[in-house]
Design a protein around this ligand. Structure first.
Ligand code: ADP
Length: 615
């Protein structure tokens, strides 16, 4: 989409985008075809009423007042037989009936389309969010969160609004234009041709300016997406931004995008306003032509003054759609741009998904096997892990270490099937991860991420998150005790009912980590994976967390990614990843003795002391 967005020069190039958006939305609309059909019927009726509007006055002028002594009588015996008074009353009543009919029909159409639009877009938004949750990490790691939020909320919103505020009026106006041309041609086709003289000019300028408006709108949308991304990024990192004192740089960055958006907004408005004024002038030209030639035709007895009145009234209304086109074009362009962004996201492929016939995962033992596994984030580049094979037995606790960037987190991502291997496979209890239901697989692994995900809810709600079954208070407290969390939780004002702030901001890093451990222990799972659980903790917290980890590891296959080799030293087994492979595998003491990469890492981090190994 990005590649084709820049140089749009004509409406013809705009239409495919609009068509694509409509086609993509069609299946959603189909579910509400009753509403759409009802709305369309009301729409057509309201257009007919609009066409009828000047006719009562025409009858009055031609048959009641008989301006200019024009041909008396309509040639329709029924009307000619009526007394004038009756005809006058009939015309007046007819006018009210026509206007009332139009009001009712227009109201019905608006409501029907608004309902359909709202329902469809609510469904689209729901689908979009579900799709977002299903998209693989390979997608999310290269996408800006703010931009996604923008697509989810405001792009969908614009799409919905436009359906009602632009597409609908545009359809009405189009029908009115056609209807009026038809009626006018029946009355006097030569005069109709004269009236339509400025139309090609009008059409050309609409197309040209419309395309410009569309270009500006696209730029504006993209710019707003960038702004939302920067905003979201900085708001999330507020603590760091303030601590580093870089508020001014951040604000300057934002301000420049903001100014650009302002410029584009004004530009779009200026273009639209220019087109509207141009149309006004052309309508005046057309009206002047009709006044001149129409009056000549009336004087020559070729048509009645009432006919001329119908012509002039239609003319005023007929060009209104073209006049408002600029306004609608801007909205439509905005919606098309927004719609394309929504579709692009809806169509982003879910590359990691359960196979259609996938059975729920049945992790009973927790035996993990890597079979000649090769993986890289970029399939073209050198792999991060190259032909790695190993087996981790049930109940074993394994520390995964290695220098920064060695591929430890990647290793874990593959176990959770956040990515699929390029070659080889990962098996749990003898089953390839790609053959089981994805959701059930992840639900059966207890994973403690580096950043604990805490919500603005009570401590209890945060603890039971993801447990997948109802829990008794006693069970929750027991888990908290195992994770060394019970004491600090009960010391809080409302204990387990204390409301946490967003992301657990009111807790220390160690407390957050212990809540995460308690949460993990509530998940009935034979596999436990911890990602740098002690990073950034002070000594007291570190001791409490480490103590909790070993308690939690009992009876589970435990994978512990860590830089903290004192923690690694206590594991049943240490895997040291170095240069895309498992360089060393064994007990801490043995690896130290080997004097390889692990011993070097140890010397680097702990200055060569072997104290912990003896503990
Ligand atoms: P570790 O956890 O050992 O510090 P990682 O597994 O995070 O290492 O990273 C291994 C390598 O893969 C690094 O070179 C890193 O730059 C790269 N990498 C990690 N995540 C991504 C990603 N989402 N996209 C591209 N490359 C990545």
């Amino acid at each position: 989409m990005a590649a084709r967005g820049h140089r749009q020069t004509s409406l013809r190039q705009t239409l495919p985008g609009l068509r694509r958006v409509l086609m993509r939305m069609a299946p959603y609309l189909r579910a509400h075809r009753g509403l759409v059909a009802g709305g369309s019927a009301a729409l057509v009726a309201s257009v007919l009423a609009k066409l009828l509007e000047p006719w009562p006055l025409k009858f009055i002028i031609d048959h009641v007042v008989q301006v200019g002594g024009g041909p008396a009588g309509s040639g329709i015996p029924f009307i000619d037989g009526l007394p004038m008074q009756t005809l006058l009353i009939a015309c007046a009543a007819g006018l009210i009936a026509i206007i009332a009919l139009r009001a009712v029909c227009q109201y019905t159409a608006t409501i029907a389309f608004a309902l359909a639009g709202n329902r469809v877009l609510t469904e689209v938004r729901g689908d979009l969010f579900r799709h977002l949750l299903a998209l693989p990490m390979s997608f999310h790691s290269r996408t800006k969160a703010g931009d996604l939020t923008m697509r989810l909320i405001s792009d969908v919103g614009i799409l919905k609004e436009t359906a009602v505020t632009a597409a609908l009026p545009l359809a009405v106006n189009g029908l009115i234009l056609i209807g009026m041309i038809a009626v006018m041609s029946v009355i006097n086709w030569q005069l109709t041709l004269i009236a339509l003289l400025p139309l090609p000019l009008l059409w050309l300028s609409s197309v040209k300016i419309g395309a410009k408006i569309q270009n500006v709108s696209r730029k504006q949308r993209r710019n707003e997406g960038d702004m939302a991304a920067t905003g979201a990024e900085m708001i999330t990192a507020m603590r760091t931004v303030q601590a580093l004192g870089i508020e001014r740089d951040v604000a300057d960055d934002f301000a420049s995008d903001n100014r650009k958006s302002l410029k584009e907004g004004v530009q779009a408005k200026r273009l639209a306003a220019g087109l509207e004024r141009l149309v006004d002038v052309l309508v005046a030209l057309s009206t002047a032509l009709i006044l001149y030639f129409g009056t000549l035709a009336v004087l020559a007895g070729k048509m009645t003054p009432g006919d001329l009145l119908v012509f002039i009234t239609y003319l005023k209304n007929m060009f209104r759609p073209v006049r408002d086109y600029a306004k609608y074009a801007a909205r439509l362009a905005k919606a098309t741009a927004g719609g394309e962004r929504v579709i692009e996201l809806l169509d982003a492929p879910v590359t990691i998904a359960s196979k259609p016939d996938a059975k729920p995962a049945q992790i009973t033992q927790g035996r993990i096997a890597l079979n000649a596994l090769t993986f890289g984030y970029d399939p073209e580049a050198a792999p991060v892990l190259d032909t790695v094979s190993t087996v981790i037995e049930p109940g074993q606790s394994v520390a995964i270490t290695g220098a920064s960037g060695a591929g430890k987190s990647t290793f874990v991502s593959l176990l959770l099937r956040l990515y699929d291997p390029i070659h080889g496979s990962v098996e749990i209890d003898g089953t390839d991860l790609r053959d089981v239901d994805l959701e059930s697989l992840r639900q059966q692994i207890s994973f403690v991420p580096q950043e604990t995900l805490l919500f603005r809810a009570t401590v209890r709600d945060n603890l039971v998150l993801g447990a997948g079954r109802p829990l008794e208070q006693a069970e929750i407290e027991e888990a908290a005790k195992r994770a060394n969390a019970h004491d600090f939780i009960t010391a809080m004002p409302d204990g387990y009912d204390t409301e946490l702030t967003e992301r657990g901001g009111s807790l220390s890093a160690g407390q957050r980590q212990r809540i995460a451990l308690a949460r993990a222990s509530l998940r009935p799972s034979p596999i436990l994976i911890l990602d740098e659980p002690t990073v950034g903790l002070d000594t007291t917290n570190e001791a409490a967390v480490s103590d909790a980890i070993w308690r939690l590891a009992e009876g589970r296959t435990t994978l512990l990614i860590t830089h903290d080799l004192r923690l690694a030293a206590k594991a049943d087994r240490v895997l040291c990843i170095d240069r895309t492979r498992i360089a060393e595998d064994g007990l801490h003491a043995d690896l130290i003795a080997q004097n390889g990469p692990y011993a070097r890492l140890w010397a680097q981090l702990h200055g060569g002391s072997h104290a912990v190994a003896a503990e």
